[in-house]
Design a protein around this ligand. Structure first.
Ligand code: CDP
Length: 260
């Protein structure tokens, strides 16, 4: 059951015992599960559960660009399509992609592009389709993280993975990984993403009120959290190959429905 009904938010975002409403400490991440190779028809794919967020990412490419006029003669293009299903949020979301989805698609594309060697693929495109099945705050960060994993699963040459998380401020305290209710009822939200080949931020957004010192401290907290999530991404990628090696991977069906 959602915590917000008719836009009435809880008065306090910390419990009497000092924990957040979902029982977490200030620097604790929500439970995260990741898996790669989940969409058979894609060149690469990944699935992520991050708290109540459930997100698929599927990658296709390099392939012809449609519409053709978007193709560039000097480099490949990256196209990201972030979408929330109509049933992913408490109030029905219109099925047509809205301004928010277009903005988030653009942000994710900007986050991922620095790690790709697009100059090696002139005239082609890489397409990343992201479907948010269930949403509960931080979907742009979770989507960036799962999209990077899907690109790696597709074997697209990358300088490194990209990892993303949001920090923020609730009831005057700095916290890591805002849930949906904390995002809405808190004072500030600071989503960021790290490209690991140069340890630089490829995303930094800010919404709310914080002092410069608080922003610095939030980025320190975010860096610690990002390292933990990065380790999970690497583990998920390795697991696919360990399963193949150990013969425990799920056999893929061929087009006639039999096993390959
Ligand atoms: O998901 P993210 O925090 O990156 O983006 P947001 O625009 O700050 O949205 C925060 C949360 O609001 C989402 O994760 C959803 O849980 C919720 N939301 C919603 O309930 N209905 C929408 N149409 C859009 C977002």
């Amino acid at each position: 059951m959602p915590l917000v009904i008719n836009d009435e938010y809880p008065k306090k975002l910390f419990r009497e015992d000092g924990k957040r409403l979902d029982g977490r400490d200030k620097t604790e991440l929500r439970p995260i599960k990741m898996e790669v190779g989940v969409v058979k028809n894609a060149d690469g794919s990944a699935y992520l559960e991050w708290g109540n967020n459930k997100i698929f990412a599927a990658v296709y490419g390099p392939r012809d660009v449609h519409p053709h006029h978007l193709a560039r003669p000097d480099k490949g293009i990256l196209r990201v399509f972030y979408r929330m299903t109509t049933f992913s949020v408490f109030e029905r979301k219109r099925p047509a992609p809205g301004r928010r989805e277009k903005e988030i698609s653009m942000i994710i594309s900007d986050c991922l592009e620095p790690v790709l060697f697009l100059e090696l693929y002139p005239g082609t495109s890489f397409e990343v389709f992201i479907e948010v099945i269930d949403a509960d705050g931080g979907t742009r960060c979770a989507s960036t993280t799962v999209a990077a994993l899907a690109l790696a699963d597709a074997g697209v040459p990358m300088k490194s993975l990209v990892t993303s998380v949001a920090c923020g401020k609730i009831d005057g305290e700095l916290v890591v990984d805002l849930s949906g209710i904390e995002d809405k009822a808190g004072e500030a939200d600071l989503p960021c993403a790290m490209t690991w080949f140069n340890n630089e931020l490829s995303l930094l957004q800010f919404d709310g009120d914080m002092t410069l010192e608080e922003i610095d401290s939030s980025l320190d907290l975010a860096t610690e959290a990002l390292k933990k999530i990065y380790d999970m991404q690497v583990t998920a990628l390795k697991k696919k190959y360990l399963d193949i090696q150990e013969g425990t991977a799920q056999p893929e069906s061929n087009e006639n429905g039999g096993e390959e």
